[in-house]
Design a protein around this ligand. Structure first.
Ligand SMILES: C[S@@+](CC[C@H](N)C(=O)[O-])C[C@H]1O[C@@H](n2cnc3c(N)ncnc32)[C@H](O)[C@@H]1O
Length: 378
């Protein structure tokens, strides 16, 4: 037992080992030795790079932001272009264009090809296939401004954030009163990034075994439209804030789903939900809310389901192996937004059990970093 700042601290065997390791890693002498000894050199270099990436990650994001803002990847869609051509297209001074091209190539967004031309690199090419990612990156300008003072944000000193303004329901006592102008930007953003998520959710959990699906917090209906294409006899219902359901109604009608899909406007933290669904989905919804609100939503969902009904939760979750970056991202994004946090599967299971659900089980997805699925029964 040792004492730190007046609090007794118990050191077990594991702590002693970590303490020994950390003292070693913090020692400049050991660091010098580790990079010069051939067997430890690769590990030491890997750690140094990881630490550098943590320090410099913000700059990488800004390089990406500049490429997206200047539509650089679109400019290279049909093949490589010369530096001179790109400098003219980007409308930047020549040295600034060269700086951006070099930085983007260093980050594998671009590739420097023969004849002083630049083409898409593996990461830039992947960006082209996904307009949702582009939309997310563009809106990150708000997040970067909010994260200027991360400690102030953690201390709750920033009452008005850009991300909070984008998602006004997060801090609203009466979200159902929000108007079309308040919800339009986030609804468009969610719609752009939904197809990727929907594909992974539906691969993991096909809906054709059900009779009627209620998509709770279903946004503008993008998820339901994708579901409809995979389960032709499934009836569809969507519940969201009244202003959002207006957009959803228009989209569902345009998709030819007027007869198959019903929309309901209200506040899922307090209003009763439509009955008749044998499955309710919550796609990227629960992580937006603090525990009390999350439990209220799950309890309302439980009340709306028949005996034996199913609840499906799909969102990025904390504790996902090899996805620590995603967890850190959502922790701070949702802090800037003003409510919610990424939860571990066990935490969501506890909330589900408290709401009355049983048989909570994970369903493996293709990209757990993007979305994980938990299913529970009433
Ligand atoms: C993060 S978005 C997810 C939208 C959609 N499920 C998706 O994945 O694209 C959360 C959704 O929950 C809705 N929402 C938030 N608070 C709500 C409330 N109190 N009652 C009803 N819907 C709400 C929002 O309008 C928004 O459409």
């Amino acid at each position: 037992m040792s004492e730190r700042r007046g609090f007794p601290t118990k050191f077990n065997l594991g702590d002693r080992w970590f303490d020994f390791r950390n003292r070693l890693l913090a020692s400049p002498r050991f660091q010098r030795w580790a990079v010069s000894f051939p067997l430890t050199r690769p590990i030491a270099r890997h750690r140094a790079t990881a630490l550098f990436d943590l320090c410099a990650g913000f700059v990488y994001s800004q390089v990406l932001q500049a490429c997206v803002h200047l539509r650089l990847f679109e400019a290279l869609r049909d093949g490589p272009l010369s530096r001179i051509q790109l400098t003219a297209d980007l409308a930047l001074p020549a040295d600034a264009a060269s700086r951006l091209l070099a930085a983007a190539a260093a980050l594998r967004l671009l590739e420097h090809r023969t004849g002083d031309r630049f083409g898409l690199g593996p990461l830039g090419a992947a960006m082209l296939g996904n307009s949702g990612v582009t939309a997310m990156i563009e809106h990150h300008a708000l997040l970067y401004a909010d994260l200027r003072d991360p400690v102030g944000l953690l201390r709750g000193e920033r009452l008005c954030t850009g991300v909070g303004r984008l998602w006004p329901y997060a801090a609203s006592a009466r979200p159902a009163d929000l108007g079309m102008d308040d919800v339009a930007d986030y609804t468009t953003l969610m719609s752009a990034s939904q197809p990727l998520v929907a594909a992974d959710v539906l691969d993991a959990y096909p809906m054709d075994r059900h009779r009627c699906l209620l998509d709770l917090g279903g946004g503008d209906g993008t998820f339901l439209i994708q579901v409809a294409a995979t389960a032709s006899s499934l009836r569809l219902m969507l519940f969201d804030l009244p202003a959002v359901t207006e957009t959803a109604r228009r989209r569902l009608d345009k998709a030819g789903l007027t007869e198959r899909a019903l929309t309901f406007g209200g506040d899922f933290r307090r209003d009763p939900l439509p009955r008749h669904a044998d499955i309710i989905s919550l796609i990227r919804v629960i992580h937006d809310h603090n525990d009390e609100a999350a439990l209220a939503i799950l309890t309302t969902a439980w009340q709306a389901l028949p005996e034996g009904g199913t609840l499906l939760i799909a969102e990025p979750m904390a504790g996902t192996p090899n996805a620590g970056g995603m967890e850190a991202y959502f922790a701070f994004y949702l802090l800037a937004m003003g409510s919610g946090r990424p939860r571990r599967t066990e935490e969501i299971s506890t909330l589900l059990h408290t709401a009355g659900f049983t048989r909570v089980r994970p369903v493996p997805t293709r990209r757990p970093m993007l979305v994980r699925v938990l299913v529970a029964s009433k």
